[in-house]
Write a protein that binds this ligand. Structure first.
Ligand SMILES: [Zn+2]
Length: 334
């Protein structure tokens, strides 16, 4: 084996870009146990590519074609999410890196670590890892990803350290604290803003309001309020399609909820087409058109309004959302 200092690294010779890219893309759909669920970070690097590029940058270039093929194959296996906690693969990678670095863990510095994927993977590979960022949010994410789990996340017997537990079983103090303080935040938030989210008769809780901006129809003989909606879909999944159906009642645009689990959606109604497209609005009552210039002018002159159209609800213990048309009561509470 050649000395690493004078020679090229593996990644400078070859890297299974295609295979690792596929694994990296696949990782986007993984929620459970992935650091991306801790806090949002834009420009987050996939763990698959972070782990394998770290590795390939820390081992020497292959000596021969056999070594080339074997290491490439290892990198492909090692990039898989299912293998991110595989002890034998991790051990092998660590050994390769130690061997390439004279038996000492190499120092890895990520000066702009962001969401922490690269330093996390460097730690997994047994490196002496340093990470930094200018953005305090990134620093906090990194502390919670790289530091606190190691510092506070080890199982220990319940002593006086955390009082909420009464038994003496082995517990993860970090986990218990996150649960405790997470519930505390929830309780405090309920006290403060709970009144805006009253329970429904069936026990479901409001989780969202759907509003529409409005403009008055410019046809002098109409003058109706036009709710501006690009489209009428509320849910557009393969298994669940729900939409708002506009209809006219006493010269006012009203809505009904139609679709799976609600009144049947008629074939002729395509929720794709709303009342507005590129600032051109169409009155659902008289059919007259408000051009883009006039629409903008109405907004600028403060002649536009807004209207609460529907409520989005969630029933605890059930999956999915429930929709209903907003009532005067909802508007009052709001
Ligand atoms: Zn009109």
């Amino acid at each position: 084996m050649k000395a690493l200092n004078n020679n090229r690294r593996f990644i400078e010779e070859t890297f299974p870009v295609k295979e690792v890219s596929l694994e990296s893309a696949r990782e986007k759909n993984i929620r459970h146990g992935h650091i991306s669920t801790l806090h949002i970070w834009w420009a987050r690097r996939p763990l698959a590519s972070s782990r394998t590029t770290n590795y390939a940058a820390l081992i020497p270039a292959p000596d021969n074609i056999d070594d080339w093929n074997k290491k490439r194959q290892f990198i492909i296996e090692f990039s898989k999410w299912e293998n991110s906690l595989n002890p034998s693969l991790i051990e092998r990678a660590r050994e390769d890196i130690l061997k390439a670095n004279g038996g000492k863990p190499p120092k890895v510095l990520d000066p702009f670590g962001g969401g922490g994927a690269i330093p996390l993977e460097a730690l997994r590979l047994g490196c002496e890892t340093y990470s930094n960022d200018l953005n305090p949010v990134a620093v906090l994410i990194q502390k919670c990803t790289l530091e606190y789990p190691q510092k506070y996340g080890k199982l220990k017997e319940n002593k006086e350290d955390w009082s909420m537990l009464s038994d003496n079983s082995l517990k993860n103090p970090l986990l218990e604290d996150v649960k405790k303080w997470g519930n505390w935040v929830l309780d405090e938030a309920k006290k403060e803003i709970g009144k805006f989210y009253p329970d429904e008769m069936d026990g479901s809780i409001p989780v969202g309001y759907i509003w529409a901006r409005t403009i008055p129809c410019q046809n002098p003989s109409c003058g109706a309020e036009i709710p501006l909606m690009r489209q009428y879909w509320l849910a557009k999944k393969d298994k669940k399609k729900v939409a708002l159906l506009p209809y006219v009642e006493s010269r006012k645009v009203q809505f009904k909820i139609v679709g799976d689990g609600y009144e049947k959606r008629s074939v002729g109604f395509d929720p794709k087409n709303g009342t507005i497209s590129r600032a051109v609005a169409t009155c659902p009552i008289c059919g007259s058109v408000v051009d883009a210039k006039t629409t903008r002018k109405l907004f600028q002159e403060g002649k536009a309004g807004q209207r609460m159209v529907a409520m989005v609800l969630h029933k605890p213990g059930k999956s999915g959302k429930i929709y209903r048309i907003a009532t005067d009561m909802d508007i009052q509470i709001f």
